[in-house]
Write a protein that binds this ligand. Structure first.
Ligand code: 5GP
Ligand code: MG
Length: 181
C-alpha cells in the first residue's frame, strides 16, 4: 500500500477547504449535504473546522464495488430533503470526484428543490477520468488515476479506518476482494 496523502497533509488540506467555505458562505444560509458512505470522515473533520453556522443533511449513493463499476442510483428522500434545503445554499460534500456521474445526477435534483445555490466540495479529484461537463467548486487534492482507500474510503468494506489516504495496487485489490471486511 502506497501512502498518497499523509495525516499532516490531509489536515492542512481540510483546514484550507474550511477557510474557503467560510469565505464563500459567511452570512449566507448554508446546508452541507454529505454523500454517504465514503465522505463521513472528511465531513466530520470539516464540520469541526467550520466556525460559521450551517445545517446538515445526508444522502446515500450506492457503494462502488470495484474500480471500474459505475455507481448505482443515488437514493434521495426528496420528501424529507426538499423542505430542509429550500431557499438555502447547498454544498454537497463528497469524498472523490472521479467520472463526475454522481454530481451530474445530484445537482439538477437540488435545482428542483428551489435552493438558493448548489455547489460541491470534494476531498479528492482524480485526473483524467471526468466524463461530464460539470465539476466540484472546491477541491482538497488532485490525485492520479489510482484506486484509493482510507480516511473513510473503502475497498469491499475495508480500510475506512486508516488515518491517511493510500493507493491500492491491482494485486492488493485482488487480495482485499477475497477477504471482505
Ligand atoms: P463519480 O460519480 O465521480 O465517478 O464517482 C465518485 C464516487 O465513486 C466517489 O464518491 C466514491 O464513492 C467512488 N470512488 C471513485 N474512485 C474511488 C477510489 O479510488 N476509491 C474508493 N474507495 N472509491 C472511489
Ligand atoms: Mg461516494
Amino acid at each position: 500500500m502506497n501512502v498518497l496523502i499523509d495525516e499532516t497533509t490531509l489536515r492542512a488540506g481540510v483546514d484550507r477547504l474550511a477557510m474557503e467555505i467560510e469565505n464563500r458562505y459567511r452570512d449566507k444560509p448554508l446546508t452541507l449535504v454529505g454523500v454517504l458512505l465514503g465522505s463521513v470522515v472528511f465531513l466530520a473533520d470539516l464540520m469541526r473546522r467550520l466556525t460559521i453556522p450551517y445545517g446538515l443533511e445526508m444522502i446515500s449513493s450506492r457503494q462502488m464495488t470495484d474500480e471500474n463499476s459505475s455507481q448505482g442510483p443515488l437514493i434521495i428522500q426528496a420528501d424529507l430533503l426538499a423542505p430542509e434545503v429550500a431557499g438555502r445554499h447547498v454544498l454537497i460534500i463528497d469524498d472523490i470526484y472521479d467520472t463526475g456521474e454522481t454530481l451530474w445526477q445530484l445537482i439538477p435534483q437540488f435545482d428542483e428543490f428551489k435552493v438558493a445555490s448548489v455547489h460541491a466540495a470534494v476531498l479528492l479529484r482524480k485526473k483524467g477520468r471526468q466524463r461530464v461537463p460539470l465539476g466540484p467548486t472546491l477541491v482538497g487534492f488532485e490525485i492520479p488515476d489510482v484506486f484509493v482507500v482510507g480516511y473513510g474510503m473503502d475497498h469491499h468494506g475495508r480500510f475506512r479506518h486508516l488515518p491517511y489516504i493510500a493507493a491500492l495496487s491491482p494485486e492488493e485489490m485482488k487480495d482485499s476482494g477475497r477477504t471482505r471486511g
